[in-house]
Design a protein. Structure first.
Length: 166
């Protein structure tokens, strides 16, 4: 019984295959075949254009990023000699964390408030925030020194605004 059912199903399937083939659909490059080929072309075209567009936009973004970073994103203004000699090598002359389009070792400080900076510095000095570089630097500085650095860095955005006006 099973064999008979399987046999009949096989016949039906072969019959359908023969019917489709004789109609020239897809298999023989009939109308359906052309449509499928056209669709394939359009889809691959669409894909390549999208990729091109994206990489163009990415290139544009890269250019902008480089330009922004070159400008340090924040502009130039006066900083103390203490900041220049002790902090700028890693955090940038204006706290941008970037120099000549290259990211420096230290993060961006520009735009952070004096209190946040001060707390970070105290935490580094006490070891609550672990960073050997910062800790080593701050170990020789007093709490008042840290306050002065923090207040100066907190003032950077105001200084940048004023430098723009002049
Ligand atoms: C030798 C390089 C170097 C120098 C010099 C340096 N720093 Fe840093 N600084 C770092 C690094 C690296 C970090 C990141 C530490 C971390 O997140 O674990 C950091 C983090 C900080 C942070 C925390 C910022 C944040 O967003 O997390 C502050 C604030 C800071 N430094 C202030 C200063 C000050 C003020 C000076 C000058 C007295 C200074 N640094 C000098 C390398 C340096």
């Amino acid at each position: 019984m099973k064999n008979i059912i399987v046999g009949i199903l096989t016949l039906i399937i072969i019959g359908l295959m023969a019917f489709t083939a004789s109609n020239g659909h897809a298999y023989h490059g009939g109308e359906a075949g052309h449509i499928i080929a056209d669709m394939g072309d359009k889809m691959s075209n669409a894909k390549t254009t999208k990729i091109d567009e994206k990489s163009d936009r990415e290139k544009e973004d890269d250019k902008l990023t480089t330009l922004r970073e070159k400008a340090g994103n924040v502009g130039a203004f006066e900083v103390s000699n203490a900041y220049k000699s002790k902090c700028s090598s890693c955090h940038g002359v204006n706290g941008s964390g970037v120099q000549n389009g290259k990211k420096l070792m230290g993060p961006k400080l520009f735009g952070q408030s004096a209190d946040v900076i001060y707390k970070d510095l105290i935490d580094f000095k006490s070891g609550r925030k672990e960073n050997m570089i910062m800790k080593g630097l701050l170990i020789k500085l007093s709490q008042e020194d840290l306050r002065i650095f923090a207040d100066e860095i907190g003032e950077f955005p105001t200084r940048a605004e004023e430098a723009k006006k002049n």
